[in-house]
Design a protein around this ligand. Sequence first.
Ligand code: C5P
Length: 238
Amino acid sequence: MEKRELLYTGKAKSVFATDNPDYLVLVFRDDTSAFDGKKVEQLARKGRVNNIFNAFIMGKLAEAGITSHFERLLSPTEVLVKRMTMIPVECVVRNFAAGSLVRRLGVTEGLELNPPTFELFLKNDALGDPMVNESHVKSFGWATEAQLARMKELSFQVNDVLKGLFASGNMLLVDFKLEFGLFHGEVVLGDEFSPDGCRLWDKDTRKKLDKDRFRQGLGDVVEAYEEVGHRLGINFDA
Ligand code: C5P
């Protein structure tokens, strides 16, 4: 597979065409952004850490029967993925209250949510990724009823698999965001799963091991991501 022209530059990844119309190359950069791109910094090793972390997680999900766009790692910062038509909606599952849920509803951070919640946000930086509901998704044609049902089902399946995985490293999976796309008509998990798009706390101390360290200026951001990986047995320097 040959890497061709740059198609799109996202906030943390760049997307390149390949010589096969069904595949793309994603390059994970060290750029780290928060607050809809208003806070941006370069964090050394972050591209490499997130790419390798994501490959590990997508592998675990594949073992559990959850298909994603992930094909194979090409280098420490590059991955080959299926080319999909992305659904412009972010799916967020929460096991504990944090972040925007705490701000929106005034609940205490760390409140356990049982059953977990499922929320939808429109991917639109200019509008600040507003929360939307299932009827918006259908009425505006972002996804059909069947596609939406599949996104929800897959989101909860990912939660079940990853809650257990992170628990094995003494971590709580607080919440996470997923994006889906269509590949030959099928709803498939896209984007990435890394500490940039989820919240992970140490189970005993509730120390934050995710992008909240960057958002809240707590420092040791990539060090925390690497700690999460090491607890799961990932080697970032192989
Ligand atoms: O900010 P909020 O609490 O709604 O975020 C919920 C989860 O989704 C967090 O894990 C956050 O990192 C992730 N998220 C994301 N990208 C966004 C919005 C939220 O990865 N644009």
